[in-house]
Design a protein around this ligand. Structure first.
Ligand code: PLP
Length: 348
């Protein structure tokens, strides 16, 4: 049973409530952002429109990505890209949209807003067997690594999906890479040849701890018989990405940025391990994860943490009541969380 969306999707991070002192509810890198990226954003030229064709940006990204300029387009973040790709698919006759369950709520919301049929899949096997008997064109959302689970689908799944993609026409694969740059464990299981057949959505703002900068990019499939890059691009408003967004995307592939990110993954891995151990001691059950966030089942209700200035992401809207998603935070924030849990325990 898929959870019902409201007109504003539930997200981690700031909300309409009191100030958040320690935010475990957002998956943004708590170490962000590196100095060179901050400086680039500060120097962004806000007095003029960006180039509406984003030519220089696309050329430099295509060079870094070793792909063709025609396949790279900036977006106002992956949330915008999800809406745009879903609309493009719908205009090309797609009526069915497959979404991971649990998964990022915007896939479902975008499809439902257009009256498309949404089907959830709980794991890779379920998706493969459903797609094998599927009739008619469909859009399939894949999130690797997945939010909220923080887990990867196994290489065997990706290999089988690659074979299916060859056998079946009308499958548009959309691969959300929001958290690949924050992978702490293992390697990207998606074969390069299959990634080339997917619409890939990237959100560097998460790894850079700059989620307020609304910019990302897509890489279009090498060959999509169904939806063309022009379809996707024609649905964007002019200047869809701001000058600040352009500056962030320009800086993303710079070696200094990537070196900073590699160092920050090491710190995040330590913070994640410490946090997991401390919460296990407090009686929480934590699910495995390959990124610096995880699903967990607290020992007791934790709703009152918000009054302590601490926010976790309630996982009810993911169809997981009684669970939370929480990201690795700095030692002082972990300390505050543990203290608040002890105080709540004392008053129980
Ligand atoms: C899986 C996933 N995809 C996409 C997004 C949206 O990212 P953006 O900030 O690029 O719109 C999020 C944000 O939380 C996410 O978790």
């Amino acid at each position: 049973m898929l959870p019902q969306p409201t007109w504003i999707n539930e997200h981690g991070g700031p909300d309409s409530g009191p100030p958040i002192l320690h935010d475990f509810s957002s998956n943004a890198n708590p170490l962000g952002a590196p100095d060179n990226v901050v400086q680039a954003i500060q120097m962004a030229d806000r007095q003029r429109y960006p180039d509406p064709g984003y030519r220089a940006l696309r050329e430099s990204m295509a060079l870094s990505l070793s792909t063709q300029v025609a396949r790279v387009w900036p977006t106002a973040g992956s949330s915008e890209a999800i809406r745009r790709l879903t609309l493009a698919a719908s205009l090309r006759g797609v009526r069915q949209v497959w979404v991971p369950q649990p998964g990022y709520g915007d896939y479902q919301a975008a499809a439902q807003a257009l009256g498309l049929q949404v089907k959830g899949y709980a794991n890779g096997e379920a998706l493969l067997s459903a797609l094998a008997s599927q009739v008619g064109p469909s859009l399939v959302w894949l999130c690797e690594p997945c939010n909220p689970t923080g887990q990867s689908l196994p290489p065997s799944f990706w290999a089988a999906l690659g074979s299916l993609r060859h056998q079946k026409t009308g499958l548009t694969l959309a691969l959300d890479r929001a958290y690949e740059p924050l992978r702490l464990v293992g390697q990207d299981p998606v074969p390069a040849a299959l990634a080339e057949q997917c619409w890939q959505l990237y959100s560097p703002n998460k790894a850079l701890g700059l989620t307020g900068v609304r910019a990302g990019y897509v890489i279009a499939p090498a060959d999509d018989e169904h939806i063309h890059m022009n379809d996707f691009q024609a649905l964007a408003p002019s200047w869809v990405v701001s000058a600040e967004g352009v500056a962030m995307l320009q800086a993303w592939h710079h070696p200094d940025t990537q070196a900073w990110l590699a160092r920050s993954r090491q710190t995040l891995a330590l913070w994640m391990a410490a946090q997991r151990t401390a919460l296990a001691r407090a009686g929480w059950h934590g699910e495995p994860s390959v990124v610096p966030f995880m699903l967990a089942r607290p020992a007791h209700a934790v709703g009152s943490l918000r009054a302590h200035g601490i926010k976790l992401r309630d996982a009810s809207s993911f169809g997981l009541p009684g669970w939370v998603r929480l990201s690795a935070q700095a030692p002082h924030a972990q300390q505050a969380l543990l203290q608040a849990l002890t105080q709540m325990e004392d008053t129980r």
